[in-house]
Structure formats: C-alpha cells, structure tokens
Design a protein around this ligand. Structure first.
Ligand SMILES: [Zn+2]
Length: 849
C-alpha cells in the first residue's frame, strides 16, 4: 500500500480514453458476500486518442480471471485499477471478479439495503463492480444477465428474456458506466402506463418493499405529469418500453437517474397523507421530475468529464424548477428557490468551500455535488434564457439535442448552440461557469426633470484560488412604480456588462420608485440605500411577487439586526407592514406565509458578519424569539378569524391546499406563544394528516412544550422509518440552545438510531448543525459531538461524512473562542488514521479558511 497525499485531478489535463467500446455484456451471480461479476467487453482503438495505455479502473475487487480474445492473461495491478498489453486492432476483454455487497457500507457500487441488492454508480462507483474505463466520456450499450433467487431482478433498458433463476436486460442507448443500475429483491410494484406523443406505449412501475404499495400513487402521477411536461415544453419524448423507479432505504443522495431504472431514497418517493408533509409532497414531485428529465439532459447527452457536472445538473435543476412552477405557483416557487440559494449557495460562496460552477480541479468528485454546481448552475440557465428570450432559448435547446444526441459534451458545446441560434457572443457570459463568488451589485439613483438614472457597480470578493475577478454579464430586471402605486414602466431587462454602468428611463411624469432585480433575475447581492417607508411602499404596491416578498424580508431582517446589535425594540412600521400583508385576502396564502417567515439565525449571523461585526449566536436566537413574540401580540386580534378561514377540511397536497396549511401553521406557531399551546394541542389531537400533525408538534416544541405529544408521536409511528426520521429531527431542531447537544447525544442512544442509514444520521446531526444557537453553544459540546460521529461515520460512509463536515464551513464568522474550538475539532478529524479521501479533502479546505 502506498501512503501518498490524495491526487488532485485538473480539468486542463483532460485527454480522451484510448479505446471505444462497441458493446458490454455483464453477468451477475448474486450472493450477499460473494457476488461474481463476469464481463465481456468489445474494445476498439479510439482514432481521436493519442494515449493508447489500456487502463481499467477497479477498486475493492477480487480478480478471479482475465482474458483477451479468449486467451488468459495476467494484468498488471496499478494504483486505482489495472493495466494490460492489448492488440493493435479491436479485441474482446473478459474478466471475472468477486465482490461483497453485504459488507459495502459506503453505499457506492453494488450494496445491500434491507435485504435488497442495489447500486449507486455516480460518480465513480462502477469501478467497485468490475474493471472498466469508469469515466463519463466512454459510452456503450449494455446487456445484463442477473442470476439469483430474488423475486424481482431489474437493470437498465428493456427486458430481453427471463427464466428460472435469471433475467436479461438490454439497453439500446449508449451510456457511460455511471448510469448503470441493478436492483434485486423482494419488491412489489405500483404499475401504470403512459402513451408518448408519438404513440409509444410505455410501462411504468414504482417498486417498493411489501407494505409500501399504498404510498406510490402520488409519485406515479408526478412521473406522468413530468413525462407530458417534457414533451410539451422541450419536445422530448421517452425512449424505452419500460420505466422503473425503485425505493431504497439506505441511500446517500436523494435519487439517481440511471437509464430506465431510477433509484430513489425512499424519503423522496413514498408519499401518503398520513406520513408525508406538504413539503414532502412538493419535494417528491420535484425530484421525480428531476430524475426523469435527466433522460435527455444527462443520459442521452452526458458530460465529457466530471468538471462538466453542472452541464447536466444545473440544466436539469432549472427544468425541474420550471416544472414545479407550472404545477404549482411560479411566484411561490421562485421565493423558495431564492431562500434555498441564499441559505446554501451564498453561504458556500462566502466561505472556504467556494468554487466555480465548473471547478478546475478536485481530489474527490463526490465533494462537488454542491449547491454551487446545482443551484447556481440552474441560475445560469435562467439568466441565459432571460438574455436570449424564450423563443431563442427553446431553439438553442433543440439545436443542442439535435447536435449532441449520444455524445459526452462540455459547457462550450452547450453555449455554442445558443451562439449559433442567436448570433450572440457568449464569451463573457461563460465567466459565470469559471468565476466563483457571489457578485455584489451596488445601486445608486438620480432623478432629473423626468429622467431616472440607475447606476450599478459590480464587484466580486476574492474566493480560494481566485483573487482577481472580472465583470460579469448581469441581467437586471427592473420595473417602475409611480407615487400613486401604479406601475409606470413594466419589467425591462437591463443587460450589465461593465464594472460600472448607468441606465436611464426618460419621459416620466413624477419620480417613481424602482423595483430592481425582479424575479431575482441574477444570483447577486443587491446593495441599495432604502428607507423603511419605501420598502413598505413596494411591499404594498410592487407587481413583482419576488420583490414584494423581498421588501418584507428586508424590513424584518433590518429590524432583527437592529434588535441584536443595538438592543432596540421591534419597529412598528415593519410590524404593521407585515400585518397588512397577512390580512390581505387578495394575496395567495402561500405567499403570505412566506412573508411571515423570519430570516434564519444562520442568515442573520452572516449579515452581521458582512457588516463587520462578530455574530453572537445566543443573542441572535434571543432576538428572533422576542420578535416572534412581538409579532404574535401584534397580530393576536386577527389570529382566530384568519385560522378559521384557512381550514382545509379535505387534505389535497396541491398548491391551494398546501398554501392554506402553510399560512395556518405559521399562525398557529405564533398563537402557541400566547395560549400556552392550547390550539396546537387541539390540532395535534385531531390531525388526520402529517402536515397538521408535525406542524402542531413543531409549534409546541418551538415554544418549549410538547413533551407528551413527542411521546405519543413515537408510539404511533415507531414502525415507520421515514416518519421516525422526522421524530428524531424535530427534537434536535427545536431543542433549546443549551439542550441541543445533550438531546442529540441522548437520541444516539435510542435503539432505532443507526449511523449506517444516511437518513437517520442526517435526521440527528443535520438537525444539530441546523440548530444555529445550539450548534454554536458556548461550551463547544455540539462541535465535539459532531466531530466524534464524523470520525466514526468516516470508516463506514465517507461520502456522507464529507458532506456533513460542511457544517463547520462558516467557522471564521465567529469569535476567537469558538474558532479555537472548531479548529481543534477539525484538526482532530484530520489526524484520524486512515481518514477517507473525501473527508480529508473537505476538512483540509475548510481549515484553509
Ligand atoms: Zn440530477
């Protein structure tokens, strides 16, 4: 064994593989600890490659035998795989290896979950199944034979043949190995059918463990909606005879788009009114669509190398966002997206883990499945569409699909399609992929005799490895509102390309108020001087729902920051403005609920840090709590009537029903602060759906109540793994700051706690990291507890460990004591013998801040 520092891989070093693959034939002889994988692969020299080294990736494989053109050979083992001497022309490689799915706890490659065989190959898991050029630019057609005694045995593509103890599948579409999948187990299906626009009849199945059949109908409907939407919106049709989805309990990610056989974390597909909240329903609908949409954006056209990950993810996230907006409400969806983007991606951009949407280097690609690649990647697609217009966007997409079907391509190929249909030069726009950090956009305005001039200056703070930043192309959507509240100039997109630039609006009668960055038209931080009265005016009159919400958010945020840093009481202007929105029945209840939501403690900590001060987590927590109380008192007179108006006698998880419940639950949380939990207890007692049940329980826990209810909840749901995740999570999320670490520790002693299940681990430790004041409690106990568990988890599941270590990414915001404690925990993790490559890379980057 070699004990070297993990190797860094660079985008600039890309070279094509020396061989192409004509076909792949795999046979699996399933066994929990000794599965045999027999591969037969037809290779031919790649005329476009100069490097003819024959290297196959392989990790944790026992090689039984290898042959070239039928002759036994002895390949040379090398770091990360093997090499062999091969003939000049085409040849057939055969190998037999043995692997142990049962002891594979990393959940990459072939592993077992609750007695069922399943795979996860993205990004580099296929090399744990057999020797193969495990890189996305090697595409091939696969035929797979599975031998075993499992009642259901599935792989990609269409079923070919089956008999006693075996099945065969064939996928006619060339694909890279990361899209390979195999599932075998005791599964039952929820079947349906879909007829595509060209008349192809497709068999659809959602496969689950017996007992979960009743939780598939919603996911199935979402799948059919997504299939129809992609035909209508992008002209993309499904291309196999069968589409299978499987629910798996132990899964590192949300779901995986393997060709024709999507594998889902069960939390992202199983839904029922009794066990799922409105947020769960919405997420399931979005993820089912996302994985389905990958069939074209990711599978038919894939990434040349992993640096291009945003090519499939940014685009597919953008597509699922638009789908969800069409299914529900674009206004509400956009606000939710921005909340997510700021909470996760802006946070990432602000710290030691900041990286471009297309990174230039990595040690472990698993560490780059980030908010930046996904969410900022999607924002770039949205900006591109805004700049070229809807029609050219669709034409560019059509050209991209036509030109690159069956290929592994790059961001350059994607942008070229839009340059060709529009004649625009997108060279400067491309910087969005290479430049890390969130641009700051400073705005000033001047009014002179009927002309309004808006001047913008852009700058991007330095990020790791990038000190110099260039001006970006920023689409700024602007509208103008007259003094009487009417819109005088509808939304116009200003295209900023310089470091500083002015735009004028002429022929105006009276000085209007500018509504800037409508629909959050670019992922930037807008800095603009504005008083509370102007914000309240836009909150009342803006026609753009995002800006309307944004004004409410700025009012509450400034009020909270003043309460924290200057010890002032809540501002009446802001409280009145919120109450006006709350009682405005012309507005969508979901929107009103979002206006009522306060900025998170993490968001406030960052805001205070950006203003040059050191955030005090305990003070932030106390101020937010006291504002919630003040708000409750301020709206107490309207609470009972409003609550009654929002009753939803029949549970339907659609936009209307979930919007009403969201507002009713937000009001209930306020009411609970005033009535000692009476209304929340009553709702908990009569709840016939998980939304009502968990919202009432959370309201109680947030008010320091609910101990009887948490016991009742456990008694009712102890046999439901997914609902019990909520039970674990809620207790830590709503624990008082001085009890968060001890609550998490006590829950790890619960018989149902296991670190082997990523959902359960995240339920406890994701909640601990998310409980801002609890995680950053002055005694450092939470830091220590999380570090202990990360060290233990790393031996079992490096991927989830590395991801969870991101909890520490904001450590430089805090005071010297906290920084010292976090530094020593990070150093303790790093000093662990045999720490994984994943966690080593993440912790090293965090420490380098
Ligand atoms: Zn994806």
């Amino acid at each position: 064994m070699k004990d070297a520092a993990p190797e860094t891989i660079y985008l600039k070093d890309y070279t094509p593989f020396g061989y192409q693959i004509e076909s792949v034939h795999l046979t699996f002889r399933l066994h929990p600890t000794a599965t045999r994988v027999i591969s037969k692969i037809a290779f031919a020299p790649n005329p476009e490659a100069t490097d003819k080294r024959f290297f196959l990736h392989g990790e944790e494989l026992s090689l039984i035998s290898a042959k070239i053109n039928g002759e036994a050979i002895t390949p040379r083992p090398v770091e990360g795989g093997l090499e062999a001497d091969v003939p000049e022309g085409p040849f057939v490689w055969e190998a037999e290896v043995e692997i142990s799915p049962e002891t594979n706890t990393a959940l990459e490659g072939l592993y077992m979950s609750s007695g069922m065989y399943c795979t996860q190959c993205e990004a580099e898991g296929f090399r744990k199944i057999t020797y193969y050029p495990d890189r996305p630019d090697v595409m091939a057609t696969f035929t797979v034979r599975i031998e075993g005694d499992q009642p259901v045995m599935l792989s990609n593509g269409n079923p070919l043949t089956s008999g006693e103890g075996f099945v065969e599948w064939h996928d006619p579409w060339p694909k890279p190995s990361y899209l390979f999948a195999l599932v075998a187990g005791n599964l039952v299906n929820h079947p349906d059918r879909f007829t595509t626009q060209s008349g192809r009849d497709v068999e659809l199945n959602i496969w689950v463990r017996p007992g979960d059949e009743g939780k598939c109908a919603f996911g199935m409907q979402a799948l059919k909606d997504a299939m129809a939407w992609d035909e209508k919106t992008y002209g993309r049709e499904y291309d196999l005879d069968i589409f299978n989805i499987v629910a798996v309990d132990d899964f590192n990610m949300g779901a995986m788009e393997n060709k024709g056989l999507n594998v889902f974390n069960s939390s992202c597909v199983l839904a029922s009114k009794e066990t799922s909240t409105d947020a769960n329903f919405e997420r399931i609908e979005g993820i089912i669509a996302h994985e389905y949409f990958h069939n074209w954006t990711g599978n038919r056209i894939t990434c040349r190398d992993w640096f291009q990950l945003c090519l499939k993810e940014g685009l597919t996230v953008y597509r699922d966002q638009m789908f969800s907006g069409d299914m529900r409400s674009h206004a509400v969806k956009r606000i939710e997206e921005v909340l997510q983007l700021r909470a996760r991606q802006f946070r990432e951009d602000n710290g030691p883990l900041a990286h471009p949407v297309r990174p230039e280097s990595f040690v472990e690609i698993n560490n780059f499945y980030t908010a930046t690649v996904y969410e900022k990647g999607a924002e770039i697609i949205g900006m591109l569409r805004r700049l070229v217009g809807d029609e050219a966007y669709r034409k560019g997409c059509d050209l991209y699909f036509e030109r690159h079907d069956g290929q592994a391509v790059t961001i350059e190929d994607w942008l070229k399609a839009f340059e060709d249909v529009t004649g625009r030069d997108l060279a400067q726009f491309k910087q969005w992929y290479s430049q890390a950090g969130t641009p700051r956009l400073k705005m000033s305005e001047a009014w002179n005799d009927g002309t309004l001039t808006l001047t913008f200056a852009q700058s991007t703070p330095p990020t790791p490895g990038q000190s110099e930043k260039k001006p970006q192309v920023i689409p700024i959507a602007v509208g103008l509102i007259g003094p009487n509240g009417d819109e005088v100039v509808p939304t116009t997109v200003l295209e900023m390309t310089e470091a500083e630039q002015s735009f004028t609006f002429e022929g105006l009668g009276a000085r209007p108020v500018a509504s800037v960055l409508r629909d959050f038209s670019a992922p930037v931080i807008l800095e603009r001087e504005m008083d509370d009265d102007t914000r309240a005016f836009l909150l009342a009159h803006d026609t753009d729902p995002f800006q309307k919400w944004e004004m409410g958010r700025m009012l509450t945020k400034d009020m909270l920051v003043a309460m924290i840093t200057a010890d002032v009481p809540p501002a009446e202007t802001a409280l009145d403005a919120i109450k006006t929105v709350l009682t405005d029945e012309s507005l969508d209840p979901a929107f009103r609920a979002l206006v009522l939501g306060l900025p998170s403690e993490d968001d406030l900590a960052q805001t205070i840090f950006d203003a040059g001060q050191t955030p005090d987590p305990a003070k932030i927590h106390a101020a937010r709590k006291s504002l919630r109380h003040a708000l409750a008192l301020h709206v107490s007179d309207v609470l009972p009537t409003l609550g009654r108006q929002l009753e939803t006698p029949v549970f339907v998880p659609d936009a209307d029903g979930s919007g009403k419940r969201a507002l009713r639950h937000a009001l209930l949380a306020l009411e609970t602060l005033l009535d000692d939990g009476k209304a929340a207890r009553a709702l908990f007692a009569r709840a016939d759906n998980m939304s009502d049940q968990s919202a009432s329980l959370q309201a109680l826990l947030a008010a320091g109540l609910g101990q009887d209810e948490i016991k009742a909840f456990e008694k009712q749901w102890k046999n439901d793994r997914l609902v019990m995740d909520k039970w674990f999570m809620m207790q830590v999320s709503f624990a008082a700051p001085d009890k968060a670490a001890s609550t998490a520790l006590a829950l790890t002693q619960h018989p149902d706690f296991t670190i082997k299940n990523p959902n359960r681990f995240r339920a406890v430790f994701g909640a601990l990291a998310g409980n801002h004041a609890g995680f950053h409690a002055a005694d450092g106990k939470a830091y220590q507890l999380l570090a202990n568990y990360l060290i233990e988890l790393d031996k079992i599941n490096p991927q989830t460990t590395a991801r969870m270590s991101g909890a520490f990414e904001t450590w430089k915001r805090y005071d010297a004591d906290r920084q010292g404690m976090i530094r020593s925990e990070l150093e303790r993790i790093l000093a662990t013998p045999e720490l994984s490559r994943d966690t080593t890379e993440m912790v090293t980057r965090i420490l380098s801040a």
